[in-house]
Design a protein around this ligand. Structure first.
Ligand code: ADP
Ligand code: ASP
Ligand code: MG
Length: 401
């Protein structure tokens, strides 16, 4: 069987861990499988590289940032190939470019357009383990791009889809997908399986255990995904189309601190106001998440909405520039908030799920600033300082620890 195995940054953080990873790969190879390995940069390498760049130029171009950040993964693949060589397992390391990963031109946030698999198949035919740099690819011009933070998961799933792998294993530093981030909620427990839809919501709402685009792609191409630990031999979590119906109303919780709220106060209460605001933000490529509009009073209304923290400065500058055209009296920004969400397909057929969440927050004395719901999730915007306590309180309400 062809298997894609991805190992995250903490799994390859030092020599001993790389040797352990090489052991897992060698065992899979000896079992008679064809293997494509995808690696992330070691430990905090990507953060360290970003810090290095900031010492030189805080506004470095995205192209040069990608040139720099892609080096982290290159170190990992070379070291891992050496570790396999030492074990007597034939292996070859490839950059994203050498592996045929072609991307769009959006530096820092590119998407995989196509994978030219000729080289990979040639190496597999020679019975080598193929070790590919995650997170990176190249444009048709040969410029290096990266896929966005956490993007190695997406590299792995894209390769698994293209190569029609029987399984895509995402090895990380926890034993699978939990009901909540186990570092925040110690009582969280591992899920044996979860649907693509629920995993996609969790990943999009801040559970960084999987890059959300990797889940989207796995769903689209039906890639069987397994999330498991490279440190223990425990079975992980399978992400798939359908799972056995569980009794719990929700499958998990997620927290997102990369959020800020902008409130526009004293807008005219007339048609076209929201259109002007959000058209302008869309033109700047700023994604808006939760939107709340107050009831109009004396021909005036307020609109507040959330954007990623990394976007709020651009958003505020743009809004202020068009203050007269949009017609607001004042603008207020809050950057000390977090979004906490519950996710579960079971919500569709079960009433009272949102109220259980609100009850948990009330009991924990946590005030809610904004609420947003969809078929399979409820999100609340709260003060960031309360977020971890809120996560624990909500978890207790639904899972009774
Ligand atoms: P890697 O470097 O292997 O890609 P990440 O740090 O990107 O690892 O993702 C793993 C981390 O995701 C875990 O250490 C954990 O703190 C966090 N996490 C957040 N939500 C969850 C969840 N629901 N289940 C498991 N881990 C989660
Ligand atoms: N090294 C990259 C990052 O830290 C990609 C990844 O780990 O998936 O974001
Ligand atoms: Mg990751």
């Amino acid at each position: 069987m062809l298997i894609v195995q991805k190992f995250g940054g903490s799994s390859v953080a030092d020599a001993e861990r790389i040797r352990r990873v090489a052991g897992i790969i060698a065992k899979t190879y000896q079992d008679g499988n064809d293997i494509v390995v995808v690696l992330s940069a070691q430990g905090d390498t990507t953060d360290d590289l970003i810090a290095k760049a900031e010492l030189i130029n805080k506004k470095a171009s995205k192209r040069e940032m990608d040139m720099l950040l892609s080096t982290g993964e290159q170190i990992s693949v070379a070291l891992c190939a050496m570790a396999l060589e030492a074990l007597g397992t034939p292996a070859v390391s490839l950059t994203g470019w050498q592996a045929g990963v072609q991307t769009t031109r959006q530096y820092g946030n590119s998407r995989i357009r196509e994978i030219n698999t000729e080289r990979i198949y040639a190496e597999l035919d020679r019975k080598r383990v193929v070790i590919v740099c995650g997170f990176q690819g190249s444009t048709t011009n040969g410029d290096i791009t990266t896929l966005g933070r956490g993007g190695s998961d997406t590299s792995a799933v894209a390769l698994a889809a293209k190569l029609k792998a029987g399984l895509c294993q995402i090895y990380t530093d926890v034993e699978g997908v939990y009901t909540a981030d186990p570092r925040i909620v110690p009582a969280a427990h591992k899920l044996n399986e979860i649907t693509y839809d629920e995993m996609l919501e969790l990943a999009s709402l801040g559970a960084k255990v999987l890059h959300n685009r990797s889940v989207e792609m796995a769903r689209k191409y039906g890639v069987k995904l397994e999330v498991l630990s490279s440190f223990t031999k425990q079975p992980g979590t399978i992400v798939k189309e359908r799972v056995k119906v569980e009794e719990t109303k929700i499958s998990g919780l997620a927290k997102d601190s990369n959020i800020s709220r902008i409130a526009l106060v004293g807008l005219r209460d007339e048609p076209g106001v929201a259109f002007r605001i959000f058209r302008m933000l869309a033109a700047k490529n700023i994604n808006v998440d939760i939107i709340l509009q107050s009831i109009g009073r004396e021909n005036s209304k307020d609109i507040s909405f959330t954007v990623a923290k990394s976007d709020y400065e651009i958003a505020v500058a743009a809004l202020n520039e068009e203050k007269d055209e949009i017609g607001f009296q004042s603008l207020d920004v809050s950057t000390t908030l977090a979004k906490v969400s519950i996710v579960g397909a079971g919500m569709i057929n079960s009433s009272g799920v949102a109220s259980m969440m609100f009850e948990a927050l009330y009991e924990a004395h946590v005030n809610i600033h904004m609420i947003s719901t969809s078929e399979i999730k409820v999100s609340v915007l709260i003060d960031e300082v309360n977020a971890d306590a809120a996560m624990n309180a909500i978890h207790k309400k639904f899972f009774r620890d």
